[in-house]
Structure formats: structure tokens, C-alpha cells
Ligand binder design. Sequence first.
Ligand code: ADP
Ligand code: MG
Length: 206
Amino acid sequence: MRLVIGLTGGIGCGKSLASQYFSELGICVIDTDVIARTITQPNGKAMAEIKTVFDISYLTKDGALDREKMRRLIFSDKNARLRLEKILHPIILSETVQQVACAHSPYVVVVIPLLFETKDYDTIVHRILVIDCDEQQQISRVMARSNLSEQQVKSIMATQVSRKERLQKADDIITNNQDADYLKTEVARLHSKYLSLSNQCSDAGV
Ligand SMILES: Nc1ncnc2c1ncn2[C@@H]1O[C@H](COP(=O)(O)OP(=O)(O)O)[C@@H](O)[C@H]1O
Ligand SMILES: [Mg+2]
């Protein structure tokens, strides 16, 4: 069985950048956010069900999910969020399983921003890697990347599990408070560790 690393962390902590570094080392990276976007494109696998559950005004002209409009709805309407998640989560999970099965690198990294918020991934992830950074860095990185206000970033952070809980559940942690080169070095350190763990997995025939 191939070793599967679940990579997670709060918004803006550096998940995408860290996963890019794993990918540059030749590791297959599966990103559940990318899958979520793909299945909500026109004719994406989630669109038929979305059309039956939500008003047509939540679709763009070409038949994709209007992500901006849906984001606004689910932020204020918990039931709508649950209905959307009920559609998306099983499809994202099955796409992830399929992509893991097709992967050819010694181990696989699956980026799962909501790893702790959804229980779906317990059965496919062997180790949890948390990309962590202090909250002030997190806020300023997200503000620099998007046009959200500090208050908006904080309200998104409030919907995610606490930093403390995330760190408690981690098998491995990268503290991303320094520059990008440091992050890259930390990814390389874990890459060596995961390569040796994946050798042990294949030696044991699992
Ligand atoms: N160590 C770092 N030094 C400088 N910029 C960083 C560092 N880590 C992440 N960033 C930048 O901060 C922003 C958030 O990082 P990103 O990887 O997109 O976070 P996430 O995917 O966890 O939301 C991005 O613009 C990214 O390029
Ligand atoms: Mg990201």
C-alpha cells in the first residue's frame, strides 16, 4: 500500500507553497481544493446535483457553480453550507481515492484544508502533516494574497479548528514562520523521512 500523507493547516499557513515543494521533488500531490473546483466547473461531476438543490441563480452563465455567490450564501446560512457539503464531500473523497490509486510516486501528499473538520479522510491518510504559522503571519499572508480585511480573515479562521487542536493531532509539523527557503528545507527534511517510511511500508508488504 502506498504511504499517504495528509497535508493540512489553517488558511494562509503555507499549504499550497509546501505542496508545490513536494511536487518539485517528484511527489504526486493531490489537492482537494483543486478537485472541488474541477467538479463544480460546467458539466463537472457535482453540477447535476447542485442544480437540483440550489436555485439557478447560483450558477454562472456557462453552467459552473458561482463560487463567489455561493460563498456568500453559505457564510450566512448554515443549512445551505451543509447541503452543499453533502453534495461535494462524497465526490471529492471518491476522486481523491481514485487519484491516490493512480499515483506513481513513492508516497503521495493529499492536501486537505478541512482534514479535521471532516472525518472523511481517516481511512485513507496514514500520517498527518500540519503546516503551522503564528496567527499574525497567517492574517497578513492571507490579506496580502486576497483583498480580504483583517476581520474577514479572522472570521474564516474562527470557522476552522483551533491551532492547538491541529497541532495536537499532527504526526509531523512544519513551522512556517520564516522565509520560503526555510519552508523548502523543511519539506526536504520530511521528504527524506517519508521516503524511508515508504520503503518500510513496501518491505513489510503493506
Ligand atoms: N515562508 C513564506 N515566506 C513568504 N511567503 C509565504 C511563505 N509561506 C507562504 N507564503 C505566502 O503566503 C500566502 C499563503 O500561502 P499559501 O501556501 O497559499 O497558504 P494556504 O494554501 O495554506 O492557504 C501565499 O501568497 C504564499 O506565497
Ligand atoms: Mg492553498
